[in-house]
Structures are given as structure tokens and as C-alpha cells.
Design a protein around this ligand. Structure first.
Ligand code: 5GP
Length: 114
């Protein structure tokens, strides 16, 4: 998908500060960080537009993604806590239609989110 910015990041055709990767998952820093640590975790293949399209056969990729998020949070020194969120649809503020999770940390977080 040439109009998918995260696909271009995976292909190395769009610049991104890569943080880590596994077989199925890439982590890179958000271009407009909302916290001292703001890392995006995505499946390398655009297997779903959002969490609304996740299927059973994405289980291995998702387990990898959650484990990688925890590893990055540890490596970033987020000992006081962190948040892993995914936006689905316009009312939640989803702007990129390639499944992704935001890893946020390094500042106090409010609940519920705005
Ligand atoms: P969403 O709003 O869909 O939940 O999250 C999309 C995120 O992607 C936003 O936080 C936005 O700042 C980030 N983003 C959009 N385009 C780029 C880009 O080209 N590079 C990087 N690193 N992040 C991007």
C-alpha cells in the first residue's frame, strides 16, 4: 500500500527513529511525541487497519508486540508506569489506518483519557 505511511516506514522509504524490532513487529518513535517516551509499535505487515480488524491468526504477532512494548518500557526506564493504547476510528482520534499501539510514559497520565 503506497499511501500507507507506516508501510513506508517499514520499507525504509520514510524516515523514522527505529527503537527495536522483532520478526513481525517494528517499534519507532512517534513524530509528534505526547510524552517523554512515545513509541509506536506496529505489525510489519499491514494485517489490520485497526484493533477492530484483529483476527485469531494475529495472536503470535500481538504477543510479540506486547512483549516488545514491555521490553522497551523497561529499557526506557519507565519504572513508575506506562500506557499502551490503540485508537480505533475517528472519534477515538485514529489518523493512520495501519494497526498500531502507542507506548507512552515518562510523565503522570490522567484517567480517563480525554
Ligand atoms: P493515531 O492518531 O492513528 O492513533 O496515531 C498515529 C500516530 O502516528 C500519531 O501519533 C502521529 O503523530 C504518528 N505519525 C504520523 N505520521 C508519522 C510519520 O511519518 N512518522 C512517525 N514516526 N510518526 C507518524
Amino acid at each position: 500500500m503506497t499511501d500507507c505511511i507506516f508501510c513506508r516506514v517499514v520499507e525504509g522509504k520514510a524516515p523514522a527513529k527505529r527503537v527495536a524490532e522483532t520478526e513481525h513487529v517494528l517499534a519507532f518513535r512517534d513524530i509528534a511525541p505526547q510524552a517523554p517516551t512515545h513509541v509506536l509499535l506496529i505489525p510489519k505487515r499491514r494485517v489490520a487497519e485497526s484493533a477492530a480488524h484483529v483476527r485469531d491468526d494475529h495472536a503470535v504477532m500481538l504477543a510479540e508486540l506486547f512483549a516488545l512494548a514491555a521490553r522497551i518500557a523497561h529499557e526506557e526506564g519507565l519504572t513508575r508506569g506506562w500506557r499502551l493504547v490503540t485508537n480505533v476510528g475517528p472519534e477515538a482520534g485514529q489518523s493512520v489506518h495501519h494497526l498500531h499501539f502507542h507506548l507512552l510514559g515518562g510523565r503522570p497520565m490522567r484517567w480517563p483519557p480525554g
